[in-house]
Design a protein around this ligand. Structure first.
Ligand SMILES: [Zn+2]
Length: 397
């Protein structure tokens, strides 16, 4: 088959696979095992070996599959990484969100750009990888529940460490219009619960108002927000340059004349460096244990303040020399480096010692939106990158 014909077959196959992937309703938190089996079967037929890691319910699954090098050449293995979950849909879609539909130069469907498009390209390209004389391993890493604080990836990465897969180049194909992203902030979400003692509002000294203690806690957060600003480094590449903090909601109380015994606060912080997250949590815990709690317990010993971690997606830090970024640049010729404001699994791979880069088809503009789509051209660009990876993994040097 001519190269041109072969490319056409691969492209058409990527559309077919993407349509199949979209048809699996893999909303975060729900069963994704059928989609994972589908991917596993495609790769197994090509001779890949694989292992799975599971959530407690066994219904949410990560897949890690490997096409082994025919001849090891001490080249860093490549990990093509994508999350299989998608965000929920609303009723406002003009098409069925779980049925891929091509209109003009776009393919519509939930997950088309975030990020089943990348997974489809990787799977469509896999036959070419497997029939090539690979001189490095090509891995496929497909996770669950990325959209809900990256719950799946840590389980997979833990297993990678056990299996001593701790170096390599990881390409996380989140939608970046194929631009090279080499950093993003972390995203930590918390809910803090306050429990005091209810009572009649005419005798506030006999109760412990959870709402009032929550208010003081929020004040402390706002004070610490200022401290985070002061900790900013001149080299920060982010906008805004400092770690941010935001109160998302305060909920508590039942009536004007009742002392509220329950209240909770939703808040989040986006640390530029993980030290900021540690600083913030230490300061906060100190304030709670040394000030708020003793005061509450003086009136009512069973009072409590509990901070629940909803998720801590660690940041992805720019490094001076990135194997992953240089690898992608050497294929695409694009030497630019950008940062994004959304979180990804990149920081988790980076923390494990694997060089990471975020680069994938489609635009984040369409992610998480009604009528999500991916431009067909973006899929072609992604396949081109994969072709470059294949060339870099077969050439003798
Ligand atoms: Zn995503």
């Amino acid at each position: 088959m001519s190269t041109e014909n072969n490319n056409k077959v691969i492209y058409e196959n990527s559309i077919k696979i993407l349509s199949d992937l979209i048809s699996y309703k893999t909303v975060s938190g729900e069963n994704n095992s059928q989609l994972i089996d589908y991917c596993d079967q495609i790769l197994k037929k090509l001779g890949a070996t694989s292992f799975k890691t599971f959530a407690d319910d066994k219904k949410r699954v990560n897949l890690f599959a490997t096409l082994k090098a025919k001849e090891q050449n001490n080249k860093l293995p490549i990990i093509l990484s994508g999350h299989t979950d998608v965000v929920p849909v609303s009723k406002d879609w003009s098409t069925d969100p779980f049925k891929a539909e091509i209109k003009g130069d776009k393919l519509y469907g939930r997950g088309s750009c975030d990020m089943k498009g990348f997974i489809a390209c990787a799977l469509a390209y896999a036959p070419t990888f497997s029939s090539s004389n690979l001189n490095r391993d090509i891995h496929f890493s497909f996770t669950f529940d990325e959209e809900t604080a990256c719950l799946g990836a840590p389980l997979l990465i833990k297993e990678l460490k056990k299996r001593k897969i701790v170096n390599g180049i990881c390409i996380i194909g989140e939608p970046t219009n194929m631009k090279i992203i080499d950093a993003h902030k972390g995203c930590y979400e918390y809910t803090t619960y306050f429990e005091g003692l209810a009572g009649h509002s005419s005798t506030p000294h006999k109760g412990v108002s959870a709402v009032e203690y929550a208010a003081r806690y929020v004040n402390k957060l706002i004070e610490l927000r200022q401290k985070l600003k002061e900790r900013v480094s001149k080299e920060s590449i982010f906008d805004p340059p400092y770690s941010t903090l935001q109160i998302g909601g305060i909920f508590g109380g039942i009536a004007h004349n009742v002392i509220a015994d329950k209240c909770y606060v939703n808040w989040e912080t986006r640390p530029v460096v993980k030290e900021d997250g540690i600083f913030l949590n230490n300061e906060l815990d100190k304030y709670v244990n040394e000030n708020l709690l003793p005061e509450m317990k003086k009136v009512f010993p069973n009072s409590s303040i509990n901070k629940k971690t909803i998720g801590e997606v660690i940041g992805f830090e720019r490094v001076k020399k990135s194997d992953a970024c240089e690898f992608v640049s050497s294929i695409t010729g694009d030497n630019s480096r950008e940062v994004v404001s959304f979180g990804t699994e990149a920081g988790l791979f980076q923390e494990a010692g694997i060089s990471a880069v975020v680069c994938g088809p489609g635009s984040v503009e369409q992610a998480h939106k009604v009528d999500e789509f991916i431009k067909l051209d973006e899929l072609k660009k992604c396949l081109k990158l994969l072709e470059g990876i294949k060339n870099k993994s077969t050439e003798i040097d």
